[in-house]
Design a protein around this ligand. Structure first.
Ligand code: APR
Ligand code: ZN
Length: 253
């Protein structure tokens, strides 16, 4: 890595070392090295698909087949946590990180062992029937979807089986948003990893933290709208940068 990156890595470690209630705020970029595509920026899914067609509640209600066909071709249920997810667990176990607030629905933070994970955009690991309210494990409905797309509700035969994720046009889960806001107002550092910071209200969480005195450390492959107000910005791959920061913190022990 270049000296400029080395200096930024030292600065990130110096920011996190004394942190006692840091929070991580993650986006799709942290799961890219696990094989799950991100949405915006170079090669993002939204450069190939219209999000209104495959991820908006209005379209879903008109034609659930659009979502379930997209899911057939893009879902990565076997994805595993990568070194970036594991680095956040390490930070938590060293007492520097209080929680992970994520926009991701892939469950990889929990799979990696993070203790406190707040899912602002829900979880893709369950499915709810909008007709009868029954909930099912995603794997069961994926199996039905492979047999017949779109899948019908095993309980009532309804056509509107929806993953428990927040689609465009839907509100975020109230309790998750409140928890994230409470953490943000108490945070001393926000470690932002793999987010374009373009989607609200989620992107308002790091903003709220900063308004309450938190310093921002951004790790992202591309520039973000928050770069100029962050204390540390490292443009690179999360799976390489985060472990490099942990190595510096471990050396200082
Ligand atoms: N390491 C770090 N950053 C990466 C990597 C990587 N290996 N690969 C990609 N990135 C960056 C991209 O450059 C991009 O800026 O991650 C960022 C991901 O941004 P988005 O794709 O916009 O994802 P996110 O910010 O999580 O989107 C928020 O929008 O589509 C909705 O609900 C969806 O939760 C999502 C929300
Ligand atoms: Zn039903």
């Amino acid at each position: 890595m270049s000296t400029a990156t080395d200096i930024a890595l030292d600065q990130a470690a110096a920011l996190l070392q004394p942190a006692r209630c840091a929070m991580a705020f993650t986006g799709a970029g942290i799961s890219v090295e696990s094989g799950i595509p991100h949405f915006r920026g170079e090669g993002g899914l939204w450069t190939k698909f219209d999000p209104y067609k495959v991820a908006h509640i209005d379209t879903f209600r008109k034609d659930p087949a659009q979502y379930w066909t997209y899911s057939l071709n893009h879902r990565r249920p076997d994805a595993q946590p990568n070194p970036a997810h594991r680095a956040l667990v390490d930070l938590e176990q060293r007492g520097h990180l209080r929680a992970v607030v994520t926009q991701n629905t892939d469950g990889l933070h929990q799979k990696a062992g993070s203790g406190e994970v707040i899912e602002l955009h829900g979880s893709s690991h369950a499915v709810v029937c909008l007709d009868c309210g029954a909930q099912f494990p995603r794997a069961d409905i994926d199996r039905l979807n492979r047999e017949h797309c779109p899948p019908s509700c095993p309980s009532c035969g309804g056509q509107f089986l929806k993953p428990t994720v927040v689609l465009f046009g839907e509100a975020l889960p109230e309790s998750a948003l409140r928890q994230a806001q409470t953490l943000a107002m108490a945070a001393d550092v926000v470690l932002i990893v793999g987010s374009s910071l373009q989607v609200y209200p989620a992107a308002g969480i790091p903003r709220l933290a900063q308004q309450h005195g938190a310093e921002l450390c951004i790790i992202n492959a591309e520039p973000t709208p928050f770069d100029d107000v962050a204390t540390v910005v490292i443009h690179g791959k999360a799976g390489e940068v985060l472990p490099a920061i942990i190595r510096r913190i471990a050396q200082d022990r």
